[in-house]
Write a protein that binds this ligand. Structure first.
Ligand code: SAH
Length: 397
């Protein structure tokens, strides 16, 4: 079957990285003759070394910078629901071992062998994000495999990520299976939360912060807590549940705060929580200016400030500003958690901005913990730059 597939050929000298295990070939590394250029975006193809040797099967998009994405190094493989099913089963077995309950990121793209595919699991509901033309073409097979492996009640195709535009894909949200069940309840760290799978941000919930939430909740006993960019209360509600004295959640999304309020009720901590719909920087400035209020624990988990390579500098400065504004609100001896989900800002750059922000605020302290995304967000060994989440926890003097 596979010998009927078209071939795409790497240019002279450009096969080394793929032979070394890297799962991508960029468009400038591929011999773009008229025939190759004319292949429909998302075509399945055999990737060949300059000498003609088959290196594996790829999905190919002649219009994307990341033109070829390796599905398997076996050029004879049959890419069908069984092929997808094996990868899904393997990923599910790993999560069942790591997390133990069916609330997790099930598929994390290349790291789980399905480039461009994100699947978050909420019990018997799945949220799927397909971010490449290749996987868009293969979506029916992906859905068939998810059905065969997990028989979910609901599958939401949350295909609204801006990265789809780089692949020439439409942005849309559809319910591929079942009823729209929103909002749903999920369990994490022993607490109950509320997520809107089709209308929320990204997949509706940020599982990546699971371990960081638990760690911060451990520091929050008897503490006053400020959770900035709280979304639906992942940090704040857990801190309240684990014994915080008071928790203030700030976010500019009313829908996210509604979900946080519901979670507070479900966990019996609504009496000690307050919610404010507001702009983060403005609120931080206001809190410092007016009441000179201090918190024992301040958590800042903003959206990605660096969205593209060209705004690396200004975006990175956003973290410095955030730290400059938030650090003054941390009580002496208190704890400060700050995160970046900008994949373009690496750990060193982020840590440098945090250091500068602390200097600007004239605060000293110590880094207690440097962490990333939870274990259900594995990283392909050849794509360390896709480890997007960086977080620092400090104690401030
Ligand atoms: N900490 C959350 C995830 C945060 S995601 C958790 O644990 O789940 C980033 C959040 O920042 C989103 O909820 C978004 O609505 C909010 N946000 C983005 N820009 C903002 C701004 N300028 N001011 C306040 N909130 C903002």
């Amino acid at each position: 079957m596979s010998n009927k597939l078209p071939s795409v050929l790497l240019r002279a000298g450009e096969d080394r990285r793929v032979r070394g295990g890297h799962p991508w070939a960029f468009s400038n590394e591929i011999l773009m003759d008229a025939e190759t250029k004319a292949l429909p975006p998302g075509s399945l193809a055999i990737l060949r070394a300059p000498g003609g040797e088959a290196l594996g099967l790829v999905t190919f998009n002649p219009h994307s910078l990341i033109a070829a994405r390796l599905l398997t190094s076996n050029p004879e493989a049959k890419v069908d629901a069984l092929f997808f099913g094996r990868r899904i089963a393997q990923a599910a077995a790993l999560r069942d071992k790591l997390i133990g309950i069916p609330y997790y990121r099930l598929m994390h793209a290349e790291a789980d062998g399905l480039p461009g595919v994100i699947v978050d699991r909420f019990g018997d509901s799945l949220v799927v994000q397909v971010n490449t033309a290749g996987m868009d073409v293969l979506t029916p097979i992906l859905l068939e495999a998810l059905e065969a492996e997990l028989s979910p009640k609901t599958i939401v195709l949350k295909n609204d990520s801006p990265v789809r535009e780089l692949e020439g894909l439409k942005r849309e949200v559809t319910v591929a299976k079942g009823e729209d069940v929103d909002p749903i309840e999920l369990t994490e760290n022993g607490a109950t939360f509320v997520a809107d799978l089709s209308g929320g941000q990204k997949t509706g919930w940020f599982y990546d912060q699971r371990d960081n939430r638990r760690f911060m909740a451990g520091l929050a006993k008897d503490a006053s807590v400020l959770d900035v960019y709280s979304y639906s209360g992942g940090f704040g509600v857990l801190a309240a549940r684990e014994g915080a004295k008071s928790v203030t959640c700030i976010d500019r999304s009313a829908a996210a705060l509604d979900a946080a309020r519901q979670a507070a009720k479900l966990n019996g901590v609504d009496k000690i929580m307050t919610f404010e719909k507001a702009e983060a920087f403005e609120t931080l400035e206001k809190l410092r200016g007016t009441a000179a209020r201090k918190f024992d624990v301040v958590i800042c988990d903003p959206p990605a400030f660096v969205k593209s390579r060209k705004d690396l500098k200004t975006g990175a400065q956003g973290y410095r500003k955030l730290v400059r504004l938030a650090a003054p609100l941390v009580a002496r001896g208190g704890f400060f958690f700050v995160a970046s989900c900008s994949h373009l800002a690496d750990t060193a750059l982020f840590a440098e901005q945090v250091r500068r922000g602390l200097r600007d605020a004239e605060r000293t302290g110590r880094i207690l913990r440097s962490s990333g995304a939870a274990l259900d967000h594995p990283v392909h060994p050849s794509l360390p730059e896709t480890a997007y989440l960086k977080a620092l926890t400090l104690q401030l003097d």
